[in-house]
Design a protein around this ligand. Sequence first.
Ligand code: ZN
Length: 257
Amino acid sequence: MAKEPLQQQLALLYQLQTRDQELLSMQEKLQTIPRQIEQLAAEVQRYEEDIEAKSAELAETERVQRSKNAEIEMNSVQREKYRDEQRTVTSNEAYTALERQIEFLDEQDGAAEDVILTLMEESDRLKEELTELEVEINKEKEKTAAETEQLQQELHALKAGRDEKLKQRKAFLPKVDKELRDEYHRWMKAQLAARSSAVRTQAGFVALEENGTCGSCRIAIQPQTLKEAQKYEKQVYCSSCKRLLYIEPAESDAESS
Ligand SMILES: [Zn+2]
C-alpha cells in the first residue's frame, strides 16, 4: 500500500497527539479525584479522632469523680465506726485519738470534695465541647457526603469519557503511518517513564509551527528548515527542541481546525 503524502501523515499524527494529550489530562484528573475523596474522608476522620480523644478525657474525669465519691463513702462508714468506738472507750486519750482520726477523715473529705468540684467543671467543659463537635462533625459529614457524591459522579463520567476516547483512539490509530506512529510511541513511552517530564509530554512530540516559530520551544525556526519542512519530503525536526515539526498548510484541507 502506497504511503500517504507526508503532509497528511503529519496532520494525522498531530491529531493523534492532540487526542493523547486529552487522554493524558483525563488520566491525571482520574488520579486526582480519588485523592480528593480521600482528603474529604480524612477531614471527617480528624473530627472523629478529636471526639474520641475528648470522650476518653471525659470518661477519665468521670472515673476519678466516682473514685473520689467512693472515698468519701468509705470515710463516712469509717467515721461511724470511730463514733461508735468513742461511745464505748473509757479513757480520754483514746477518745481524743479517735477524734483526731475523725478530723483526719474530715480533712480527706474536704480535699476529695475540692477535686470533685474541679472535675465537675472539667466534665461540664468537655461535655459542651463534645456537643459542639457533634454539631460540627454532622455538618462536615453532610458536606463531605454531598461533595463525595459529586466527585464520584465526575469520576464516573470521566471514566466513561476516557473509555470512549480510548475506543476512538484505537480506531484512529491505523490511519497514522506505522513508522511514524512507532517513533511517536517510543518518544511518549520515554517521556512517561521519566515521570517528572509529564509537562514535556503535554508539549508533545509533534510541534506545530506557529508564525515561523516552533510551537513547542517557541524559538524561531531557521528559514532553511522551515522551507524544508514545508516541502513535506522528509521528516524535519526542530533544531533546538528536537521535536518533529508539522506545518499546517495555509489553506488547510486537513481534518483538524
Ligand atoms: Zn522547538
